[in-house]
Design a protein around this ligand. Sequence first.
Ligand SMILES: Cc1cc2nc3c(=O)[nH]c(=O)nc-3n(C[C@H](O)[C@H](O)[C@H](O)COP(=O)(O)O)c2cc1C
Length: 197
Amino acid sequence: MEFQQVVRRRRMVREFAPDPIPRGVLERVLETGLHAPSAGFAQGLELIVLDQPAQIEEFMTITDPWARKADGRRGDPPVIVIPIGNVHTYLARYSEPDKQGLGMNVPEGWPVPYWDLDAAMSVMLILLAAVEEGLGGWYFGIFHGEAELMRQLGVPEGLHPIGAVALGYPTEGEQRRGSGLWRERKRLEEALHVGRW
Ligand SMILES: Cc1cc2nc3c(=O)[nH]c(=O)nc-3n(C[C@H](O)[C@H](O)[C@H](O)COP(=O)(O)O)c2cc1C
């Protein structure tokens, strides 16, 4: 598929068929995420993959115990990936000789948390790779239960997920939902500030 076609086809898919994702397909999609740029080539991305029904169930119960249950849990994805930008990897990388003196060996020294930014870039690639494989992808925030979830998954102290990515084949009747239904895409002229704001 052409790049522009992949970009334009991508949208958040929020209802999934129960069909599993073949291991090779899933690995291709996730490996694509490793081709994202990263600050200092730190590559601090960590991906927790939940692909067992009991794990998906537990994720749903911890992170959204009310809303998703109200929906009857129809269309749960077969796979949920939790991307984490490992802050410790970045602080270690920016303590190396070529990065010394920047003051970025402590979290407060960073203009923006590049560990989260880099993880987001990887998520974008994962969402695009999913399109190429005929999969649907859905990035969403974790608004509830993050601490409990991290504990359950054995994630080391001080690490935070940037959200979650659901992956799976869309159901036949799956239709666009969410804000994209009623909000129009910006035109380039609306975003451009050539020379100055
Ligand atoms: C940072 C970020 C957070 C988002 N959080 C959620 C979320 O919590 N739940 C959700 O259903 N969609 C979420 N979305 C998806 C957006 O609603 C979606 O990208 C937007 O409406 C445009 O639609 P499209 O991606 O289908 O083109 C999020 C997207 C981004 C980039």
